[in-house]
Design a protein around this ligand. Sequence first.
Ligand code: UT7
Length: 335
Amino acid sequence: MYNSKIIGLGKFLPENIVTNKDLEKTMETSNEWIIERTGIEERRHIKKGDNEGTASMGVKAAKIAIERAKIKAQEIDLILFATLSPDYYFPGSGVLVQEALDIPDCPAMDIRMQCSGFVYAVSTADQFIKTGMYKNVLVIGSEYHSGGLDMTTRGRGVSVIFGDGAGAIVMTREENNEIGILSSHLHSEGKHAEELSLIGPNTGRWVPEIIAENKQDDISYYPYMNGQFVFKNAVVRFAEVINEGLEKTGWSPDQIGMLIPHQANLRIAQFVQRKFGLSDDQVYNNIQRYGNTTAASIPIALTEAWEEGKIVPGTKVVLAAFGSGFTWGSVMIQW
Ligand code: UT7
């Protein structure tokens, strides 16, 4: 059995910055409310007409990660693409990346686990590498939320939170089993599936039916979130799954060099930080600048932390996520 480790990281954020003040123009909200409840100051939205999408952002992040990994794209054996906002209903976005990177015949798999998508994808890559089936795996998290949000007061509980962006990593085989991904821990609880969801269109209500109904007030194709319920579950599950990783690795909280929590809400990250008694230097947050980019949030934050020199060989890194499904998970990495 091999270990897997991360050898290249990249990110892409659209240039268009949307501040809280900008949102005040289309809905009843305020800069103060958004900062106090979420910590978010601004986010990036793809500008209509910019010819940008979920796969194309992923490709841009991936090219940087591949270059930093010092391999050729054609050496990638598997692409894992985590997103809840794929370019098409089907096929998934992974195959679009495979085509754009010109990697002949490379398997490309989409991972539909929402905010936990990147953690699930890293764990999946780890299993393929451990068994020796694949050597180099490209893992991407990318989201294009802004085009599908209800930007009126009706949708403000959700729309102020989400942003667009992409992050990518290259993982490879490591023979030293004390380095790289030491463990990963995945969970789901489907009874809460609809508490954070986008229900329509679906196989009980196909697009032709929706068109025939022609209901102007149909909100089933906007994301729905039972915010307080999700929040309460998130703080419990984040703590549980980080604890699970600490128990498995034998690390104590003070040994954590960098915790990268999914950027759902700054208050959730601060709660988790207090729970484990971590200092500000041990936790990376950038939700203030990018909002919640679901499957992209961890790879974007991981890349930034690495670019800022906060993750170096020897650093103990913890990734942790919670989101729609509900799904949650953690990954323990000895850098
Ligand atoms: O990424 C996946 C996981 N996601 C999460 O973990 C998110 C978890 N949930 C949250 O982050 C928070 O619940 C929210 C940020 C979504 C909402 O914050 P909250 O403190 O739970 O607010 P709330 O939903 O209880 O709403 C409080 C009030 C309501 O008004 P009333 O009923 O008290 O009069 C809302 O209508 O705030 C109102 N409100 C807003 N006001 C101004 C909701 N959204 C907004 C808004 N601007 N954008």
